[in-house]
Design a protein around this ligand. Structure first.
Ligand SMILES: Cc1cc2nc3c(=O)[nH]c(=O)nc-3n(C[C@H](O)[C@H](O)[C@H](O)COP(=O)(O)OP(=O)(O)OC[C@H]3O[C@@H](n4cnc5c(N)ncnc54)[C@H](O)[C@@H]3O)c2cc1C
Length: 405
């Protein structure tokens, strides 16, 4: 084998690729892997970067493994970007001019943030929080800027707003939708969040689009709902899309993401795709850490000839913002087949559970975070109403409360 030939190459070194490698090694597959990492630091936990802006973080604080782990696992970690794939020759080329050939290729290139087009600003003037380096730039801006406009009130936008408020910044959030986190929670909970944000001094503009911003002497201006607003920096948290560019270059079938089957196989027999870049049955793209991790495992099992069919784990998201712990599992704005909705409150806990034929189908709650794992299990295992009432009672059992102290 020549030094630029690898039996396995993975492009993108985040959770999908790392869990792919972990699974190969767990099954005693020791073939050398070339892992190509397009960022400037050790592969890290992306979920942490916008939740730790108050404390700040060093370059490798959120690393998934030490450099030694990669060499112990017979993984060559290369800091470079792949710019082309020749799937006929099974070759890839990188930005720094290197060329490698592969036996099997994993594309785990994740998602890229959507940068809105705003008249008066060029894209360089718009921050995002997709990568750790992006967050570094926001933190650098915090050193001399006080007023921030955040565009978007999805999870990233709300978490970023929370962090900036906690850093003592003035925050405006411009939301195209009517309520924050509207896709993840019903109105009872989003209203609660909205109240909390306003109580923390966030100016929330609903149902608005930021179309134009002007800059005068380093100060930005826009007009929302007839009001003139001034701020010093703009952060777009307007979502992310599967990073399919390489898939296209390789001639793979691409929809919104790279189209894969339930074994994470693309339309090319030697190329797998996993994580945020992949598009599954019914056009689903996942965009969640645990889902990308799961897909990395299944891609490895496919490569090992131990295929395990991919069923997407139930969607769940947890976030801790403005003093609220929020959990959303299996929830969509319209949940099909739901025949019973239970809304319950106790103290500061508010929870809404959705049942279909007596089984738990979705659950959202505020402030019951100590039992999040149990809710998750209930959802994954589709507990029936009786079991939910018994194992997740509201109010929580006293013994549970005591065990927390
Ligand atoms: C700020 C933020 C907070 C989040 N918080 C949560 C959360 O709380 N809970 C949750 O479940 N999910 C969260 N997510 C989503 C979660 O991080 C992703 O679902 C997950 O990281 C996807 O993993 P992945 O391996 O598919 O790809 P990614 O983590 O997107 O990584 C892809 C990697 O591929 C690299 N790459 C791309 N193209 C190339 C190329 N041509 N050459 C070399 N390298 C390349 C990229 O630079 C990147 O490092 C968050 C996302 C962000 C941005």
């Amino acid at each position: 084998m020549s030094s630029n030939t690898y039996p396995i190459i993975a492009v993108g070194a985040s959770i999908a690729a790392i869990s792919f490698i972990r699974t190969l090694r767990k099954h005693n597959d020791q073939r050398p892997v070339l892992l190509i990492h397009g960022e400037d630091r050790l592969p890290y936990k992306r979920t942490k970067i916008n939740k730790n802006m108050v404390r700040g973080f060093g370059k490798d604080d959120f690393k998934m493994a030490d450099p030694q782990w990669y060499s112990d696992q017979n993984v060559t970690l290369l800091y470079d970007r792949v710019i082309n794939i020749d799937s006929n020759e099974r070759m890839i080329s990188t930005k720094s001019g290197k060329v490698f050939s592969y036996g099997k290729l994993l594309l785990a290139t994740g998602a890229i943030s959507v940068v809105p087009v705003i008249s008066g600003l060029d894209s360089q003037q718009i921050h995002s929080v997709q990568n750790a380096a992006d967050v570094d730039r926001v933190l650098a801006a915090c050193n001399n800027k006080q007023r921030f406009l955040i565009i978007g009130a999805g999870v990233e936008g709300i978490e970023t707003a929370d962090q900036l408020v906690r850093k003592g910044k003035q925050v405006i959030v411009a939301n195209r939708m009517q309520l924050p986190l509207q896709k993840l929670f019903p109105e009872t909970i989003t209203r609660l969040l909205e109240e909390r944000m306003e109580a923390h001094g966030v100016r929330l503009f609903k149902g608005v689009s930021v179309n134009s911003i002007t800059e005068v002497d380093g100060v930005y201006h826009t007009r929302l709902n007839g009001e003139n607003l001034e701020f010093d920096a703009v952060i777009a948290c307007t979502g992310a899309l599967p990073n399919v560019e390489l898939g296209r270059k390789a001639g793979l079938k691409v929809g919104q993401g790279i189209i894969v089957d339930e074994y994470l196989q693309t339309s090319d027999k030697d190329i797998l795709a996993a994580g945020d870049v992949a598009q599954h049955k019914n056009g689903v793209v996942t965009g969640l850490w645990h889902a990308a991790e799961h897909q990395g495992q299944l891609a490895a099992l496919n490569l090992l000839d131990k295929p395990s069919a991919h069923t997407l784990p139930p969607f769940r998201l947890k976030t801790n913002v403005f003093g609220l712990y929020l959990f959303s599992g299996g929830y969509e704005a319209v949940i099909p087949d739901v025949d019973e909705v239970q809304e319950q409150r106790h103290g500061n806990i508010l929870r809404i559970m959705y049942f279909s034929e007596g089984k738990l189908k979705a659950v959202v709650f505020a402030n019951d975070g100590d039992r999040a794992k149990l809710y998750q299990q209930a959802l994954f295992e589709r507990w029936d109403k009786k079991r939910v009432a018994h194992e997740l009672p509201l109010p929580p059992k006293m013994s549970f409360l005591f065990s927390l102290s």
